[in-house]
Design a protein around this ligand. Structure first.
Ligand code: ADP
Ligand code: MG
Length: 424
């Protein structure tokens, strides 16, 4: 404080004259005032600067907060998109550890996120399909894989067909951060592909069968005619009569097969009209009961019909054919012991727009293997079966926009359920 020194000097020089002293004091006072004013000014400037910096700081803070919020919003948005995607998405870091695994990925693989995140891809997802069909290949070779397919082997023994693509993940400076794999479950697609393939085969088979059946019908008629003539020409006690009868029986059976083959392969035309489903079912049931009287098994039909009519638009003749097919199968399944067949008509509880028809037997039931082949043409477990009853029934039901399903337990019995829309 240089300016303070002269003041002290002046005060110490008390030996001087009072005017001199007064002068010195005035000088000091002015100096003091001047200094104070300067300090005040400096202080005010500092205060202003401080204020300015404070405002600046607040502004920067506000911007920072905004940019963080924006970042949060974008990342939330991206996260939401990732989580709502139907495709599985997984990301690995440079070490091949999984850093992102969305909900669809969980759903497809059945692996929960917490068991996957942070773990090596090779360990959790596995490389059964080959390293070159994995995101690790992309990470190592910098080559993307586009629209490829592979099978994913799960721990529970299941195999899932996957469609997938991979790509590198880079930051804004083009540094590689990891790699991403996007995948879809192709199970349903594969199933449909197989179904289409099967239908093509069946269509070709059907065409051929129809031609063959036509060709067979005429000579068959001839054989039947000659066998009848032969039988008539033989004496009543001639043992060869039995042989001639066998020919007639064999021909009748062949004829049955040819007829069902033709009815299966023939294009279906529905003769739809409004009817009461209960009446249609009852007519078939009553007809079947007459047939039952001639059979050795002791079989009872139990009806479970609603009180009110069940209106629908169907082809009643074809529908009765389906019911008779199912009743015949049920009878056969309960042979020789017999039992009760329950026939039910109801409106679907879960879906009132549907009518449900059930035919439940107490027969031998079927294994899962049989259930899977049930609707395959020519599949039969019977010595004299055609294996065309259920496929033809299914074809008729589907032409009505309906569905036929089976529930069965070996040794417990079987229930066939037909669901069709009221207004089919
Ligand atoms: P088919 O009666 O000529 O054998 P279907 O198509 O009607 O041909 O039936 C196929 C097969 O499905 C039968 O051979 C039988 O094994 C099985 N099946 C059908 N209905 C029943 C049933 N109610 N109980 C047990 N098995 C059945
Ligand atoms: Mg049958």
């Amino acid at each position: 404080m240089d300016s303070a020194e002269p003041v002290t000097e002046h005060v110490l020089e008390l030996g001087r004259s009072s005017s001199q002293l007064e002068e010195a004091f005035t000088d000091s006072y002015i100096l003091f005032n001047e200094t104070t004013r300067k300090y005040m000014e400096a202080y005010r400037q500092l205060e202003e600067q401080f204020e300015y910096l404070n405002i600046k700081l607040e502004e920067t803070n506000r911007e920072l907060r905004k940019s963080l919020e924006e970042k949060d919003r974008v990342s939330n948005y991206l996260n939401n998109i990732l989580e709502s995607m139907s495709g599985g998405v997984l990301v690995v870091d440079l070490e091949g550890n999984i850093t992102l695994f969305n909900q669809a990925a969980e759903g497809i693989t059945g692996l929960p996120q917490q068991e996957v995140l942070g773990h090596p891809y090779a360990q959790v997802i596995g490389l059964d399909a080959g390293r070159e069909l994995s995101v690790l290949h992309t990470l190592e070779s910098y080559q993307s894989l586009t629209n490829r397919e592979k099978n994913l082997q799960l721990d529970n023994g299941r195999t899932i067909p996957l469609g997938f693509s991979t790509a590198l993940v880079r930051d804004a400076e083009n540094n590689v951060l990891g790699a991403v794999e996007v995948f879809n479950d192709l199970t349903e697609v594969k199933r449909l592909e197989a179904q289409v393939q099967r239908m093509h085969t069946l269509a070709a088979l059907g065409e051929m069968a129809a031609t063959v059946a036509h060709e067979i019908r005429n000579p068959l008629g001839g054989i039947a005619g000659f066998a009848t003539l032969l039988e008539r020409d033989l004496a009543a006690d001639d043992p060869r009569r039995r042989l001639a009868r066998k020919i007639t029986e064999g021909v009748a059976r062949l004829n049955r097969i040819v007829s069902s083959l033709l009815s299966y392969t023939r294009p279906l035309t529905l003769n739809t009209r409004p009817v009461n489903m209960v009446e249609v079912v009852e007519e078939a049931a009553a007809f079947f009961e007459i047939d039952l009287e001639r059979r050795p098994e002791n079989i009872a039909l139990q009806r479970d019909y609603p009180d009110l009519p069940v209106d629908c638009a169907i082809d009643p003749e074809q529908f009765q054919q389906v019911i008779l097919n199912l009743l015949h199968n049920a009878t056969h399944a309960m042979s020789p012991g017999g039992g009760t067949i329950a026939v039910g008509v109801a409106s679907d509880r879960d879906n009132p727009a549907q009518i449900q028809l059930t035919i439940r037997d107490q027969g031998m039931g079927m294994s899962l293997e049989v259930q899977q082949k049930l609707f395959t043409p020519f599949f039969t477990t019977k010595e004299d079966g055609t294996g065309l009853g259920l496929v033809t029934s299914k074809k008729i039901i589907e032409a009505h926009g309906g569905l036929i399903q089976v529930e069965s337990q070996p040794g417990q019995g079987t229930c066939f359920t037909i669901s069709i829309p009221h207004n089919s």
